[in-house]
Design a protein around this ligand. Structure first.
Ligand SMILES: C[S@@+](CC[C@H](N)C(=O)[O-])C[C@H]1O[C@@H](n2cnc3c(N)ncnc32)[C@H](O)[C@@H]1O
Length: 300
């Protein structure tokens, strides 16, 4: 079959503590726990379905100019109703603390839920030893905590001190203080290379890079230049017996086909099954699905 025939739409309809209430006119209205936020969403080209008074219920509105490509956001939050500095959002059996952070983010990307559920299923199938998970560009740690809850030994890598501190707060909020999570403040590329040299292997590798980023020592991350060598290293880090990989890419102009073909190349000698396409979040009334990210999944 030609790879284009394989592109898929992987959707979440939200969960008890998260809903995409509406979208349109370049915005999205969402509920994270008890807090409703109105944020820019350039891909919401259609008209909102809910009336203005419903949008006006938002606790906070992010506005101002933004550039999805460079993540240079000059906008700011306008707070219309009291919002705690951070508040809990229950995600399956972990707790994520959400915040109104700069760059309009909340500390949680709910569109990733289908991958996290798939990851938990894959980890459950490894019975011979505790599964090892490598989470690169791991941010506030949702995947790390869900994997730890599923019994995995987790290596969590992020270049931002702030993100690691936030992920540790989420660990404490989830009562996973004793879980075997290695917190690595490091450049994802350097770390992966070092692990290859050490002969380390993992049953699950998660890669969720931004378009541009910086390692802790200013190492440049430019997706179109550095993704291919990183994925070659990730392929070397996969357990030879049983392994799986998830690559997700957001906020860039590209096709899922590009990442599908890269992963097929770096994993050519492994066989296995691939699936690639887009992640989307379905609106609470089921009307439309808002595109959120591109992905490739592989399992041996
Ligand atoms: C927004 S995120 C990924 C989202 C996350 N995986 C999730 O679903 O919750 C991108 C992360 O990459 C990190 N980052 C950027 N450049 C990096 C680099 N060179 N090495 C490691 N992490 C980097 C950022 O600090 C940020 O936390």
């Amino acid at each position: 079959m030609h790879p284009t025939a394989r592109l898929q739409l992987l959707e979440t309809a939200g969960f008890a503590d998260y809903a995409l209430i509406d979208s349109g006119d370049g915005r999205k209205l969402e509920r994270f726990g008890k807090v409703v936020v109105d944020r820019p969403e350039p891909q919401a080209l259609w008209r909102p379905r809910r009336q203005k008074p419903e949008w006006a219920q938002a606790h906070a509105v992010f506005s101002g100019s933004e550039d999805e490509d460079t993540e240079k956001t000059r906008g700011r939050w306008r707070i219309d109703k009291p919002v705690p500095e951070s508040w809990p959002v229950r995600l399956r059996d972990v707790t994520m603390l959400c915040r109104l952070s700069s760059f309009r983010h909340m500390g949680l990307f709910p569109e990733q839920l289908p991958h996290w559920e798939w990851m938990i299923d894959q980890l459950g199938a490894i019975r011979s030893e505790p599964p090892r998970v490598l989470n690169l560009f791991a941010y506030t740690g949702a995947a790390s905590l869900l994997a730890a809850r599923a019994g995995a030994q987790v290596t969590h890598v992020d270049a931002s001190k702030k993100a690691i501190a936030w992920a540790k707060e989420n660990q404490a909020a989830s009562q996973l203080g004793d879980a075997p999570i290695r917190w690595m403040l490091d450049d994802a590329q350097k770390f992966a290379k070092r692990e290859v040299r050490r002969g380390k292997t993992y049953h699950m590798v998660l890669v969720d890079p931004p378009k541009f980023g910086r390692g802790p020592d200013g190492e440049v991350w430019d997706l179109f230049t550095h993704l291919a060598p990183l994925m070659r290293d990730c392929a070397r880090l996969l357990d030879p017996d049983r392994a799986a990989l998830v690559l997700t890419i957001y906020a860039i102009r590209a096709s899922a086909l590009a990442f599908d073909q890269l992963c097929r190349e770096v994993l050519a000698d492994r066989g296995g099954a691939f699936s690639s396409g887009e992640l989307a979040i379905r609106e609470a009334d089921g009307a439309r699905a808002l595109p959120a990210s591109l992905f490739t999944q592989w399992v041996s």
